[in-house]
Design a protein around this ligand. Sequence first.
Ligand code: CA
Length: 512
Amino acid sequence: MLALMLAFTAFSCQQDAESIRPNIIYIMSDDHAAHAISAYEGIYKDVAPTPNIDRLAAEGALFTNTFCTNSICGPSRASILTGKYSHQNGFYKNEGGVQFDGSQLTFPKVLKEAGYTTAMVGKWHLGSEPTGFDYYKYHILSGGQGTYWNPKYNENGTEVPETGYATNFAGDFAIDWLENKRDKSKPFCLLYQFKAPHRPWEPDSIYMDLFEGIEMPYPATFNDDYSGRELTAGNTMMTIENHLTRKDLKMTPPPGLSGSELFQWERTGDKGEPFSPSDTLMGLDLKKWKYQKYIKDYLACVRSVDDNVGRLLAYLDESGLAENTIVIYTADQGFYLGDHGWYDKRFMYEESLRMPFLIRYPGNIDAGQKIQQLTLNIDFGPTLLDMAGVKIPDEMQGESFAPLLQEEDQGEWRDAVYYHYYEYPKWHQVQPHYGIRTDRYKLIHFYFDVDVWELYDLKEDPNEMTNLYDLPDNEALIENLKTKLGQLQEQYGDAISLDEMRKITSENMTQY
Ligand code: CA
């Protein structure tokens, strides 16, 4: 594979090599946790399989330790595009943050410069107008979040309303661009980005009753009591038990409410206000009822995503494009599916830190590989540029992990990853924190208005239920991890004071 990479690099400047340059289809959903993809063998693999996404792993490679650098939508997207951490690309947070600075270098821009035709369809959610694309059509309602039903799009500067279901539109737009709109004389890079399965988890009408009569399994940490983590994990506003609204749970309002009363009624619940669908349902039974509704809607949204990945793969087969096209499936971060009693993301704990990452490139990536090395979202751009034979700009902080896909001679690779999350207290009251994860250990510092360190042994405690930081005999390990953490902060340019970090959280930057 490395030899092939070098070959691509050598050929990239020559006209006659155009035909061998790979096409790229980068598929990204929103909030799709790896453990909701059956190739990752989570608890839903039999009841809610994802055969089309899984096909990429069967015919290519599955990455089991791909992580985001800041587990929230806009920041992760900005990091993916630029190959840089939030503190380098300026997009720290959704709430109170800035628009994405679209004048920055991004991997689609570099590909375009190198002769690719580029497009992006579906969810963008970075505030500013997309740059570096020949074609785009992205969600503009709800501040760029988009809507599941009857979405409105910006198509190269023109507002276009549609009537129907957003996940299917993303598939339509992707195939339409590939078939009818692109410049077929050039290799292409398409970013195919779903709004689903983001909150408010609204399934397609054909899948409303997909899991009727089934009791979904519960994650092992569903009833986490947060002992030893009271100020951090124990102090959020993202619990299944107390922070889902009636609207989230698709409850039917009583008749006769005025517009403002309906608004109020539907939004009740995310601040711990008590409500129940019946007089008798309460306590753990009520929590389980909420979880069942939540997870079934989430997984039904995933079903439509999987269908539309299948449509795209079928199109590639039929059109003869499959052989020379790299296809990736990922999500902007992970998500809690009742794990630790939560929905949402943000924490550096495993379920929201991990991103799904599957890649297929027939004839170039051996089928059925599992890659366990520690990879990051800032590596995606450099990896794709490398595979396209395009020079990786020096300013990108990520590294190409293409060499990991060759089975022999993998050489040196990083042994730890760095993370930093900022947004607080909106939404969900997750304390800002930074930390380091190695293949076995995780050390986190929550620093905003608490001062809490947490240490986990992922081998002995994969669910991160026991904070080892204050337990005896861990001093040497902690010292070692803190040294590595400091080195990573230096390396990535994030060795600033806690006060400077706090200011990034508390400052209301230019809002969009
Ligand atoms: Ca997201």
